[in-house]
Design a protein around this ligand. Sequence first.
Ligand code: SF4
Length: 409
Amino acid sequence: MQSLKEFYKIGNGPSSSHTMGPKRAVEIFKNKHKDADKFKIILYGSLALTGKGHLTDYIIKQTLEGYETEIEFDTKYKCEVHPNTFDIFALKNNEEIAKWRVYSIGGGTFKVEGKKDVTIPDIYHEESFDEIVKYCEEHEYDLYDYVCNVEEDDITEYLKEIWNSMEKTIEKGLLNKGTIHGKLNLEKRAKELYEAKIENEDESLKQNRLLSAYAYATSEENASGGIIVTAPTCGAAGVLPAVLYYMKNKYNISDEKIVKALAVAGVIGNVVKQNASISGAECGCQAEIGTACSMSAGAYTYLLGGDLKKIENSAEIGMEHHLGLTCDPIYGYVQIPCIERNAIAAMRAVEASNLAMLLKNDRKISFDLVVDTMYETGKDLQSHYRETSEGGLAKKYCRNKFYNKEMQE
Ligand code: SF4
């Protein structure tokens, strides 16, 4: 597994695999070939099908500003290695001088075919959650100690920066009004949820309202191209910050403790990234929102004082009940179902944690098993349920006048 610095990244939404990953890869390629006078990019698979809605072409053009740039959307070719694939060519006097095939594997991370030197190395030697738990028990570590033991000395500082950024995004998102860019004309709802005055509002409704408002705040910022943290991706970036912000404010928890919970959540997400996938294009929304829910449930349990077993049980419950969740964003925008889904997953994470704290530690399903199941389920999902906007809500809404408000107008 790679460093948590590679896992949590601060950047612009709306999509880690469609904007952050391509931007990083294109930037490095450009700097290696400064003598080129033109760059050509061919997007395949999900990048070709939802690249416009996810702003892939926009971010590539912005990264290559000053150069002649040609972008092609090839929706026919299906790459067997990864659905988020693109080729980038550097040209000089119309002659090809270099080419990379890039796989944008989720969370802003990318791999280049045949180029190990541009791939971030693994620093964690344990290969499953079970191995991590055994290692921690042997050394009497909790998951935060484990992270500090493996990572460079500045990891806590790095996580502080991440938490700072998450908080800022929520606080900005809670002030926003108006609609989100795109033809859905979707109203921003975070502020409304946050400020709602509900007669006789009971405590549990109030807590769910606040938790949802925090998740909406980040997700709406993401959909608007604002600054967010991949957790594990941009599309699912609203869940973990919402749960941590909610905990901090409800129980007056210190930032130091929240930063430790971020490390716990990072270990959980990193296991999924290593052994399965955090990419909606590869395994559907279960890989993004399911992982975000697991991470958040584990972090919540850590903050409640749960031990390693309870943390694992919470993460497992968080993932298990998202199995099979499809990715079908309408018009390819990270808006519907994504924004609301972040709020639902934040509430589910709290419930998963509460349930794990109540149940005995005799669960039959381990976190590693549910991660493996999620991966296999994702591979079995038909491609139109994996970030292509060709199935599910995207298909029904876009092709049926009865459901589609834009077509009725
Ligand atoms: S449906 Fe889920 S996986 Fe797909 S873009 Fe939205 S948040 Fe990401």
